[in-house]
Design a protein around this ligand. Structure first.
Ligand code: AMP
Ligand code: MG
Length: 333
């Protein structure tokens, strides 16, 4: 398959491709998405094949107008209504009870459907012009870090999809917050750019899914049980006060292993092959995390130490992705 890599001035041909059952990668405010017509099971199948994604991991359906929810959701609970009004369009995915005609391939057989109304202009234009609703997981090979720059999409999916739109976006850098509003409770299944604190301002009894708090509870979000976001290099998270973290990492580094450090703020390490600064706060860390992990791989680094400290807000989403990427290889200092 020949993949056409286009810029945002050529959205029309990509939109036509979506309408005709093809696959299109497009930027969003979270990460790049790999889209296909949500109501065309053959098109959906192409997503799973292109990514090598397990078929029991459902997809998020992207819409370009708030009223499109009515094609997908059987009912909209009062809490869902509040979150839609406040946070849409944006990096928030809501789980609704699904209508019968939503294909099982999209929902992996669940009786619920995940819906997002993205704010990225290219994403919205593409969906609107295609005239279809667009099921789209992150545009990476299954298991790899989600792509936040076009170069990383191309390295994973060139030759596996019809179109890649090289656009701007991915300001958040982590996938959307997934919130189950299908019942009476409001439960965050996957942390992201819209934080628990932000949601609690409007729905005070909103909470995190047990699987996000306690390692032994199976997460309700099917995607979270898989190996995820992993660089090829071994990744070790070193967590605690900055001074202790840096002392520990320095003591471990030696020239015999091509090691890199993902630092939290500007740092110097004598024996590191490569240091990438993830930023000075958790918003910056989120934005930089996935592309940094991919950069370490591109530079041939085989061991990465990531400086980290536990924080609320965006820190919850960063922690979720970082721990998974490290396969729970965490050192407290
Ligand atoms: P991705 O777009 O690749 O980040 O993956 C979408 C995420 O949303 C995965 O973790 C899915 O398991 C999750 N998801 C999609 N549909 C549902 C649903 N109906 N209920 C719970 N989680 C869902
Ligand atoms: Mg993904």
């Amino acid at each position: 398959m020949i993949t056409k890599i286009i810029d945002t001035s050529d959205i029309e041909s990509a939109a036509k491709c979506l309408k005709n059952g093809g696959t299109v990668v497009f930027p969003t405010e979270t990460v790049y998405g790999l889209g296909a017509d949500a109501f065309n099971p053959d098109a959906i199948e192409k997503i799973y094949i292109a990514k090598g994604r397990p078929s029991d991991n459902p997809l998020i359906v992207h819409i370009s107008d708030i009223s499109d929810v009515s094609f997908l959701a059987r009912s909209i609970t009062p809490n869902a209504k509040i979150l839609m009004e406040i946070f849409w369009p944006g990096p928030l995915t809501l789980i609704f009870k699904k209508k019968d005609n939503v294909p099982d391939k999209v929902t992996a057989g669940l009786d619920t459907v995940a819906v997002r109304y993205p704010s990225n202009e290219t994403a919205r234009k593409l969906i609107k012009q295609s005239g279809v609703l667009v099921a789209a997981p992150s545009a990476n090979l299954s298991g790899s870090p989600s792509p936040t720059i076009c170069e990383d999409v191309v390295s994973d999916l060139n030759g596996r999809v019809d179109y890649i739109i090289d656009g701007t976006g991915c300001e958040i850098g982590l996938e959307s917050t997934v919130v189950d509003v299908s019942g009476n409770e409001t439960v965050i299944l996957r942390p992201g750019g819209i934080t628990l604190e932000m949601i609690k301002e409007y729905i005070p009894n909103a909470k995190l899914d047990g699987g996000l708090i306690d390692e032994k509870t199976i997460p309700k979000c099917p995607g979270l049980k898989y190996k995820h976001y992993s660089p090829k290099a071994e990744l070790i998270v070193v967590q605690g006060e900055r001074e202790n973290v840096r002392k520990y990492i320095s003591s471990k580094l030696n020239k015999s292993r091509k090691a890199g450090v993902l630092s939290y703020g500007e740092a110097e390490y004598e024996n590191a092959e490569l240091i990438i600064n993830a930023g000075n706060n958790m918003e910056e860390y989120a934005h930089n995390l996935f592309s940094a992990l991919r950069t370490f791989d591109k530079k041939g680094i085989t061991l990465i130490y990531a400086e980290f400290n536990i924080e609320d807000g965006m820190g919850v989403a960063v922690r979720n992705r970082l721990y998974k990427a490290a396969n729970h290889n965490i050192i407290e200092v």
